[in-house]
Ligand binder design. Sequence first.
Ligand code: AMP
Ligand code: FE
Ligand code: FE
Ligand code: ZN
Length: 310
Amino acid sequence: MNALPSGGSTRSEAAELAAAGDGQGAVFADLHLHSVFSDGTFTPEDLAGRGRAAGLAAMSLTDHDTVEGCARMAQACQALGIHFIVGTELTAEFEDKELHLIGYFVDPHNEKLLAEMKKFQAVRKSRIHEMVARLNQLNIPLRAEAVFALANCQSPGRPHVARALVKQGLCPSLEEAFERFLKKGRRAWVPKCKISALAAMALIHQAGGLAVMAHPGLNHADDLIPALAAEGLDGLECFHTKHTAKLSAHYLNVAARLNLLVTGGSDCHGFSKGRPLIGGVKLPGIYWQKLLAARQDRDGRRAVLTAASA
Ligand code: AMP
Ligand code: FE
Ligand code: FE
Ligand code: ZN
């Protein structure tokens, strides 16, 4: 990961960002993207190129349970003059509800984070075996090896099973694969191991990151947001492909009330979710400048604490 400084961004970023943009004064970011290092179909270089074409000034790679693609993405973004933020999306639970937490600015070399993610990846792999075994019981002759070959990454998931089913002619479409077999409660669905949200936030924080609740509109856990904020949640993904304008406005209100940072992104998975979504959600520059400022603030406070305890 030579291309990547710890935390993935440096220098006077607010100034750097103010200089970027669409040529008409507006700057936008897409801070929720998946690559071939988890269940997306684009390489980090593809994403950077498409982000550039979409006029994005900043991007984050938020692969599930891994930061492996971040070094390449940082390099590709740098070559195109796009600001890059390291990210990863963790599956967590709080009060029996599943929620996804994104860690922005985590140190991609943080040992504890890497060790934990390795465990999540191992569970993901055994889950693929279990899902395939269930499909086999339904007389669907899919082999786990075919899924792993297609996934070709450390963080395989249900979309890879769906794609393997389609590729092998065992199911006509990705949607149908989820609908018939893989959706929660369907016969080949296997629950995913989830870290507690409090442990996930602690993991992100000890790796120098900020913890943001992804797509709250999909979590049906609005009632939990105040408690999570009290426990250290840093931000809320108010803008997301699946959020209507009304829902985004609602979460902007929640974020303002709870003093949470505002983020947004498309959650593009390339062709894994039908069509590429990158750039379809444009987070206005003001919000990611606040995100960067929060990170710099936090780093400043850490430096003071470290100096005081030395
Ligand atoms: P996993 O992490 O293995 O549970 O898989 C979750 C991934 O599957 C996420 O990227 C979801 O967006 C994707 N996914 C969930 N439901 C569907 C669906 N009905 N169609 C396509 N992708 C889905
Ligand atoms: Fe995904
Ligand atoms: Fe998610
Ligand atoms: Zn995602």
